[in-house]
Design a protein around this ligand. Structure first.
Ligand code: GLN
Length: 269
């Protein structure tokens, strides 16, 4: 039997605001539901996936110190080598080049992502809805003082439709570099966005030589939550979910009147 898939939770005592550790549990659950053995373990060296949560400024600085030292070597090597990983909020910031925090301290980053962050102005707090390049929507909530700018060649994860995202003015949310996904969204974000969770699950399996497509989970509690949170933010059909957890609008026949998010209404089709 194949070795269990091992998902690393990175310093959950320091990086784990708003239940971000749930991202590891969700990823393991979605893999187990497809018949794979998956475990959540606390930290580095040769794991199949890494989950890094958010952290307030002091915890973030403490985590960076550890990650730049010997204890962080396994993680740095794994991420540089393309291991599937999710970094949320403070962890997005610490994977960049620097973070200038609210007290004016310059915290060095791990230089794994082309971005830098400065804490400035009012905190960015509230629900976020963002559009992925494939047109689907991400839902989450944000709470950060840092404003992040991506470098010229960096690829944003999504485009903000509601909320602030990376900085509140250039419309970018998060960053994606190969199998490394970084975002400002809590939720936990993988609980609210099953398609994102399955993209990471697929990357994990592909790196283990298993290229089979993931079969749907039906009913999928992640999809029910995703649709409910979008509806609560004004980005969903008004009539709620439908049979067996599959919202009615997803079951509509082609050609029927389709719901579209408010931001796209009135635009050219
Ligand atoms: N310390 C960061 C900020 O406030 C990250 C906060 C978080 O991870 N929730 O910008």
């Amino acid at each position: 039997m194949a070795e269990p898939i091992r998902i690393g939770l990175v310093f959950p005592q320091l990086l784990g605001t708003y239940g971000d550790r749930g991202n590891a549990e969700v990823l393991a659950w979605r893999l187990r539901r497809r018949g794979h053995r998956a475990q959540v373990v606390e930290l580095p060296a040769g794991l199949d996936a890494y989950m890094l949560g958010g952290g307030e400024d002091l915890n973030q600085a403490a985590a960076v110190k550890l990650l730049l030292g010997r204890q962080g070597r396994g993680l740095r090597v794994a991420l540089a080598g393309g291991a599937p990983a999710l970094a949320v909020c403070g962890s997005l910031q610490l994977l960049g080049t620097t973070y200038l925090d609210g007290a004016g301290r310059r915290v060095p980053g791990l230089h794994l992502l082309d971005l830098e962050t400065v804490a400035a102005g009012a905190r960015c707090v509230g629900e976020v809805v963002a559009r992925l390049p494939d047109g689907s929507l991400l839902t989450g909530f944000e709470n950060h003082g840092g404003r992040t700018r991506l470098g010229g060649t960096a690829e944003p994860l999504a485009t903000v439709l509601r909320g602030h995202g990376n900085n509140g003015d250039d419309g970018t949310e998060g960053i994606r570099k190969g199998n490394l996904v970084a975002t400002y969204l809590h939720g936990p974000v993988l609980a609210r966005n099953p398609a994102l969770a399955d993209a990471l699950a697929t990357a994990v399996l592909e790196r283990r030589g298993d290229a089979a497509a993931l079969e749907p989970i039906d009913p999928d509690p992640g999809q029910v939550l995703h649709d409910a949170r979008l509806r609560a933010a004004g980005f969903g059909p008004p009539d709620g979910g439908g049979r067996r957890g599959i919202p009615r609008w997803r079951r509509q026949r082609r050609g029927s009147r389709r719901w579209r998010p408010p931001s796209s209404r009135g635009r050219a089709r």
